[in-house]
Design a protein. Sequence first.
Length: 182
Amino acid sequence: MNSLNDRLAERLRQIRIERGLSLQQLADASGISRSTLSRVENAEVSPTADTLGALSATYQMSISQLLAPIEAPFTPLVRRAEQSVWEDADNGFSRRVVSPPSGGLSAEVVRCELDAYQMISYAAPSVPGHEHHLVMLSGSLNVTTGGEEHQLEAGDCLRYKLYGPSRFQTGVDPASYFIVLV
């Protein structure tokens, strides 16, 4: 198991087993079909952003916490070439963990890229009340949190705490942005 997808599949299987859940129990709790969960855990498919979002909400772990154990051990400096990148090709989404991975530190910086005419939705936050600072680098992005819609352009910063569903949607232009998770 050398690929990121193989390591992620094993990590997700380990979390489910550690929590004493069968595939069916996890399917019921997350809203993800049992067959999809099985295919993800067997590294037959890479999970989408929606799937990782649903799993993180079910486990009450941030997506970075789901991914962190498959990344390199903590060091205070991480070079761009060594940063963990996860891609959801189906949704034109990539997520680069910019800050060095560490379960012991509270804040992290994630760079996201979302292709034009794409939408990523999360039914629930991984950790209710999780504080985010979204800083737009380029393009435009429509962000909906707490039932409130925000149209962001390059240079804008949106600060929010997640308690319910959220949506990130692009129009004609792709979007590039940082999210600082506190």
